[in-house]
Design a protein around this ligand. Structure first.
Ligand code: FES
Length: 184
């Protein structure tokens, strides 16, 4: 009887050991799984960072392309425009203003209120809209409302002393800013 009891106890002990070993191996495999998961997530995050970086570079190239002139209109030689004067180009649908400091800005003929054609008043040094009397300074800034914003303008390129206006690219703005002026 004693021998039988001893054998039963030994068998029970082995079973308990086996039960205790199983959870340890499960914990290890979970740990390994988590390590692999973290490594995998790390790789994914790295790939995303690289993709964002290249996406940024690529979008920069796109912006450069949009800045290329679309339709250049030759306005004339730089010297033929005196400071503080405005020249009308009805064919190109813009006014070319040469400001007091010698810089150029090409302005849309359209009033920013409801789109009527504005006129340049030489004596008063301003643009006036015949529809609701908005007026604008020589640089296109609003002088009197109801016009809500400065006149639209076109990019200017000066090549070999010739002023060229990109009439295919009209730019809107809220206010006049010096960065909108082109110098020789
Ligand atoms: S359209 Fe020019 S003021 Fe109204």
């Amino acid at each position: 009887m004693k021998k039988q009891n001893i054998k039963k106890k030994e068998a029970a002990t082995k079973q308990n050991e086996a039960k205790l070993q199983t959870p340890i191996s499960e914990v290890e495999s979970r740990r390994q799984f988590l390590q692999k998961l973290w490594k995998g997530l790390g790789v994914v995050a790295s790939v995303e960072v690289i993709a964002v970086f290249f996406g940024f570079l690529f979008s920069g190239k796109k912006e450069d392309q949009t800045l290329k002139p679309k339709q250049l209109f030759e306005a004339g030689n730089v010297e033929s425009f005196r400071a503080n004067t405005v020249t009308t180009f009805r064919g190109g649908r813009f006014y070319l203003a040469r400001l007091l400091d010698g810089g150029f800005i090409a302005l849309s003929l359209r009033c920013t209120h409801l789109g009527c054609s504005i006129n340049w008043e030489e004596g008063k040094n301003r643009f006036i809209c015949p529809c609701h009397s908005s007026s604008f300074y020589i640089n296109g800034e609003v002088q009197n409302p109801p016009a809500p914003s400065a006149l639209d303008y076109f990019p200017i390129l000066i090549e070999n002393g010739i002023v060229k206006v990109d009439i295919g690219t009209k730019l809107s703005r809220t206010r006049f800013d010096k960065s909108q002026i082109t110098y020789t």
